[in-house]
Design a protein around this ligand. Structure first.
Ligand code: CMC
Length: 438
């Protein structure tokens, strides 16, 4: 194969197979912003070859109008709006409306949407008994995978995936019930009674209420912490075609119901390279233990044989500071201030680690910068969340992104079942060998 060459217009790409007269000219597709893509769908029929891209680092899997990331510049846009502006001026439910519908709501549209979502916060009472099936120390993500998947068995009226109204109701149910499911996973771990949702509270406020309150006492949610929670939810709401979102799309491409798809997304989010990183950051900080141990730890990270990574650093797309990490860092100081935590050893350790890593050629050369998870764990710990809840909170926030992307896929006329190909490297065809001849 002699590589590729662009035509004069720059709008096609021609690929010629070395040693043959076979070539194919493929269209280049432009997005609104960001890199163009070569549409390779005709490649196999024309030349009999596939493309190879493990980890999909160079592959666009769909058209999407929801989220845009410029990883080199550290830009994140939801429906065109910079994350910094949404973090400053918006609320999580307004961001949900934006992600689902494409535009910011007018005031009456927002109140109708808020009422609509908050009317779905209760879980079917029968779903309560699912919790008793888990061990008391079950990880909240295990509980969430199970309970969200089980929603498929409870909300049959929203299962017609080809009906837009049905899809809308499922979206409302998932966004509304996820905080209840997550808060109850914690209550089950803690051996405390489940608190029913309160629809007179805001979304983040209600979550903090269900998480912290007990029936024996009156509980007032701290408005500064509710705002911080809301902000954390905004920052995690969507992130284009990441692993869990691609999992949701892949599951959805088969026609699976939305609850099953979101359960698949939760499973994919759980890993430490993705949503599980916030939990891993805190574990890492406590293992390091003290600022004086940082140089030793950094040497281990740089040692190729150690398999140790600096958790909360690096990103497949961002080769610059993750814009969400900057907002997180600010919020971290605000939350610690509000809680009267003057010297948090973990925060001191994190800041020192960040300073050292940002100066170290290993990280500089590889463009490894702090990501959203570097500070989120410290904030969540200060707010009283056990580490096992961190990824569950990420799942609560990302549900709107998953369901918006699922909806977009369902409305896409080009949508087909997701079915990658492979480079087969196993044995060629051979005959079965009877047991006594092996
Ligand atoms: N610590 C040390 N070295 C790293 C790290 C890290 N955190 N991340 C990447 N590298 C090195 C890696 O060893 C490789 O070096 P070399 O070129 O010498 O082999 C180079 O940087 C490129 O790494 P990669 O594995 O090809 O990068 P990737 O795009 O496949 O991985 C990542 C991205 C996020 C999985 C990875 O950076 C990582 O494991 N980070 C730590 C986990 C983490 O914080 N994840 C949260 C991501 S943000 C939230 C989310 O989206 O879920």
């Amino acid at each position: 194969m002699d590589g590729t060459s662009h035509t004069a217009s720059g709008k096609t790409i021609t690929i010629t197979l070395d040693g043959t007269d076979r070539s194919v000219t493929l269209p280049i597709v432009d997005g609104t912003i960001g890199p163009s893509v070569a549409d390779i769908r005709k490649l196999y029929n024309a030349l009999g070859i596939f493309t190879f891209d493990p980890g999909y680092g160079a592959t666009a899997s769909c058209h999407s109008a929801i989220t845009y990331i410029d990883g080199d510049e550290g830009v994140l846009l939801y429906r065109g709006y910079p994350i910094e502006q949404l973090a400053e001026h918006s609320t999580f439910l307004e961001v949900c409306y934006l992600l689902l519908n494409g535009e910011l709501p007018k005031p009456d549209e927002l109140s109708k949407f808020e009422r609509g979502v908050m009317r779905h916060t209760m879980l079917h009472e029968q779903l309560r008994s699912f919790y008793n099936g888990f061990r008391r120390d079950a990880h909240p993500m295990a509980v969430m995978c199970g309970v969200v998947g089980a929603m498929s068995a409870f909300y049959n009226d929203g299962m017609n995936i080809n009906d837009p109204n049905s899809r809308r109701i499922s979206a409302f149910r998932l966004i509304a019930k996820m905080p209840t499911i997550a808060a109850w996973a914690h209550k089950y771990n803690a051996g405390q009674p489940f608190m029913y949702p309160r629809n007179d509270l805001g979304y983040a406020e209600n979550f903090l209420y269900m998480f912290n309150a007990v029936p024996a006492e009156t509980y007032k949610v701290n408005p500064i912490l509710a705002r911080a929670m809301d902000l954390i939810l905004i920052l995690h709401a969507d992130h284009e075609q990441n692993a869990s979102t691609s999992t949701v799309r892949l599951a959805g491409s088969t026609g699976a119901n939305p609850f099953a798809c979101i359960a698949a997304g939760i499973a994919s989010l759980w890993g430490p390279a993705h949503g599980g990183a916030n939990e891993a950051v805190l574990k890492m900080l406590s293992e390091i233990g003290h600022v004086r141990e940082i140089p030793d730890f950094i040497s281990k990270v740089k040692d190729k044989n150690s398999n140790v990574r600096l958790m909360g650093f690096g990103h497949r797309v961002y080769k610059n500071y993750d814009p969400r990490a900057k907002i997180m860092q600010r919020t971290c100081h605000e939350v610690l201030g509000e809680l009267g935590i003057k010297d948090d050893p973990l925060l001191d350790l994190a800041m020192e680690l960040e300073k050292i890593a940002l100066d170290d050629p290993y990280f500089v050369e590889r463009k490894l910068y702090p990501n959203v998870d570097f500070y989120s764990g410290i904030i969540l710990k200060a707010m009283g969340f056990p580490t096992s809840m961190f990824t569950a909170l990420f799942a609560v926030a990302r549900t709107v992104g998953w369901i918006s992307q699922w909806q977009e896929m369902m409305e896409d006329p080009e949508q087909r079942i997701g079915r990658p190909r492979q480079v087969y490297v196993g044995a060629p065809q051979r005959d079965y060998v009877p047991a006594d001849k092996r």
